[in-house]
Design a protein around this ligand. Sequence first.
Ligand code: GSH
Length: 191
Amino acid sequence: MNYPSITLWSDSSFISPWVMSVYVALTEKGIPFTIKRINLLSDEQTQTAYREPSLTGRVPLLQIEDFFLNESSAIEEYLEERFPAPEYERLYPRDREKRARARELQAWLRSDLQPVRQERPTEVLFAGVTFPPLSEAAERSAAKLIHAALRLLPEGQQNLFSEWSIVDIDLALMLNRLALHGDPLPVKLLT
Ligand SMILES: N[C@@H](CCC(=O)N[C@@H](CS)C(=O)NCC(=O)O)C(=O)O
């Protein structure tokens, strides 16, 4: 197969969960790609080259030939259409309603739970950094996350939708902000 030239742009420290999600999506699809790193704060020359084609100036940014796309879940939906199952690994559930639920969860994980994201940043995941105990707001936010995860995860299963999907990665990354920090989680979510 003649693959198009694909580049995934990441932050230079590899601490973006959204870059990781797209990295997993590309890897699961089995498509060859290269990674370019950008120092979002200081590397002016790279920033200029990066910012022009990027709509949002954020990472991840996917480049396929001369097409550029930001926003991790939009990238994943695009990859799913462009490299569809069964030839390539499926990223989203087969079933329509489960697929809708998966998109719902992706949108929610990317837009809500700000206190957890602030007080348990991804340095917890990728650098083992520890932070002060959760504030009340973060406790409430964590409780919402736990409630949703318990409700969605079927008993005795490791995947949300009875088959692997990219949303398993997104949810695991969010839960691991708490788990790897030693914040309490129900046993069902730890195993
Ligand atoms: N909703 C976006 C979030 C992207 C995002 O927040 N990226 C951060 C790194 S984790 C970033 O680029 N921050 C630098 C900036 O906003 O200028 C996605 O899912 O791709």
